[in-house]
Design a protein around this ligand. Structure first.
Ligand code: EPU
Length: 330
């Protein structure tokens, strides 16, 4: 069951091999594998948010290949759907749209799998996956016991959850329960989405508009190596934001919890002149400066060198420190 020196797929296109690799389809298979697996452990999804700093992961990499999707129950206006952690995220969105279930459509075409989506709280176009998550079923890999976390227990925030804390890495997501609306309910708060939609607003039309918008701005993971947004949008206090706004009145910004303000990292990187620039074989994507790309054969250290240079520029110009969104392994 444990495979040796297994290549780990990652959308950055970096060379990454796991000393030991386990593909499991059920909780009992995972429990069995855990009994003889060598630490450290790493649980991966679609490899779309990972940067392997070293080519060898000297431990055990686990991947959940439970790809079952099923409706569990209906209420007057909603449906509860259980999806295995290994379900490809966009195929789940496609299923919901085809079935006429509302809530996932704005998250169309985000790379990755259901389990990682619930850890990372993926988001786009005014929606975060936490908005449709009811509960997350995990295995505690220290004890082999199953634990179900309610949405509130997951501690969701912008691109984060309790599962990202070091002490909770022991929880591997087995499956996720989603609550979707069976009555019409759209979120068209993100400007570009509303303006793109002409005519009837339907689930298919929203999915199509999101897919077109993403294709315009983001690289195709099949063609260009990247991890999507490399940095998070920084959240600053109202005071910091006010002084920045005096200097940069056009600065895009969004309200964040507790009176804070979320700034646009892509805009700041762009203002520093990085868009389309490269260092070695690593580049800043020409259509969206928040995305770092592998221009072909880049090493992790080339990408990290570029990332550090970008962070320094933004710090120097705006006094704001960018943090990576991509998870750096090792
Ligand atoms: N902008 C620029 N130049 C750039 C990039 C952006 O001026 O090179 C400006 C845009 O014009 C806009 C603002 O910055 O005014 C925000 O840009 P955008 O709407 O493209 O979104 P983002 O904040 O850069 C976030 C997510 C994306 C998600 C989009 C759309 C993060 C880290 N990224 O990007 O998610 O698709 O919003 O909702 O929050 C991802 O997480 O991998 C990802 C792609």
């Amino acid at each position: 069951m444990i495979q040796k020196n297994h290549k780990i797929y990652n959308t950055f296109g970096l060379k990454a091999v796991a000393a030991d690799y386990v593909e499991y389809r059920s909780p009992s298979e995972l429990k069995k594998a855990l009994a003889c697996a060598a630490r450290p452990f790493l649980h991966v999804g679609g490899g779309s948010n990972l940067l392997f700093a070293k080519p060898l992961f000297e431990g055990t990499v686990f991947h959940n290949s439970d790809i079952d999707v099923k409706e569990l129950e209906y209420t007057d206006d909603s449906v509860l759907i259980r999806a295995g952690g290994g379900v490809v995220w966009d195929s789940f969105v496609g299923f919901c749209v085809d079935m006429g279930y509302y809530g996932a459509e704005n998250l169309s075409l985000i790379p990755g799998e259901v389990g990682a989506a619930a850890v990372q709280n993926i988001g786009a176009y005014g929606v975060e996956v936490k908005d449709i998550i009811e509960s997350v079923e995990c295995m505690d890999t220290d004890t082999g016991k199953i634990r179900v976390f309610s949405n509130a227990e997951c501690g969701y925030g912008y691109r984060t959850s309790i599962f990202k804390k070091p002490e909770n890495k022991k929880y591997f997501v087995l499956s996720v329960n989603f609550r979707l609306s069976t009555v019409e309910k759209f979120n068209l708060s993100y400007g570009a989405l509303g303006t793109r939609l002409k005519g009837d607003v339907t689930l298919d039309a929203v999915r199509e508009a999101v897919i077109c918008t993403r294709r315009e701005k983001l690289p195709d993971p099949e063609k260009t190596g990247s991890a999507g947004s490399f940095f998070m949008n920084p959240v600053v206090s109202e005071a910091v934001f006010s002084s920045l706004l005096e200097k940069y009145p056009d600065m895009p910004h969004y309200a964040a919890p507790e009176g804070q303000v979320k700034l646009s990292a892509g805009w700041m990187i762009d203002q520093c002149g990085w868009k389309g620039k490269s260092m070695g074989r690593a580049g800043v994507y020409g259509k969206q400066a928040l995305v770092l790309v592998n221009l072909g054969g880049a090493t992790a250290s080339e990408i990290l060198t570029l990332a550090r240079a970008v962070v320094e520029s933004v710090k120097e110009k705006f006094g704001v420190e960018l943090k990576p969104e991509a998870q750096i392994i090792n």
